[in-house]
Design a protein around this ligand. Structure first.
Ligand code: 2AM
Length: 198
């Protein structure tokens, strides 16, 4: 019998207020791009996508996050971008804080030790706003949204007939002492691998 698996990812999970602000600030760009808008309640910033993880390994995934020492940081989303290959419209930070990139690097270091295959693309903080966007609209402007990030979440994704349903399984406060974690070295790319999300 196949062992039970859970589809998991680590994410920064905004509160309702930030979610509403993001949806409002990007409304024109989302409308102009057509496609399938992500429901406001589902807006988040993925840090590390794990995919299907055997239930028996859940405790290891939890301890990977528990052992992190990372400090809080602020994300300022101020640009809407279009990534043509995955056909998504995303909110981006023109100046991603090194602490956010460092958090993803440090997390992947620990996940790699669990043999979870890393994402080979460099981490770029983003919030997916709409999917199946072939061509963006003309207006990609957005009012900046400041998001003080104080915790990391482990989230389970379940696909329902109405779309993805996300459940936060656990949250870890980002309260590392002193300097936030330094950016980790990106995982080595195999020859010929494309590191760009677009
Ligand atoms: P993104 O939209 O933030 O880029 C839950 O499915 C989340 O995991 C999605 O919001 C998506 O992140 C990310 N995700 C889904 N499938 C993925 C894949 N194959 N590789 C990397 N990230 C993925």
């Amino acid at each position: 019998m196949t062992p039970p698996v859970r589809r998991l990812f680590f994410a920064l999970w905004p509160d309702d207020e930030i979610r509403q602000e993001l949806a409002r600030a990007c409304r024109k760009a989302i409308k102009g791009g057509g496609g399938r808008p992500v429901a406001t309640r589902n807006l988040h910033a993925t840090v590390a996508f794990l995919g299907a993880v055997a239930e028996a390994r859940l405790a290891d995934v939890f301890s990977a996050a528990s052992g992190l020492r990372a400090g809080p940081f602020e994300l300022v989303f101020d640009q809407v971008g279009h990534w043509p290959r995955p056909q998504v419209l995303v909110a981006l930070c023109s100046e991603p804080p090194p602490a956010a990139v460092g958090l993803a690097g440090a997390l992947w270091q620990r996940l790699k030790a669990l043999d979870i295959p890393p994402d080979l693309r460099p981490y770029e903080p983003h919030v997916t706003l709409a999917r199946k966007v072939r061509r963006p609209g003309r207006d990609l402007g957005m009012r900046p949204v400041r998001w003080p990030v104080t915790e990391l979440a482990l989230v389970e994704s379940v696909t329902d007939p109405d779309g993805a349903r996300y459940t936060v399984l656990e949250r870890w406060p980002l309260v590392g002492e002193g300097a936030p974690v330094a950016p980790g070295s990106p995982p080595e790319l195999p020859p010929g691998a494309d590191s760009s999300p677009s």
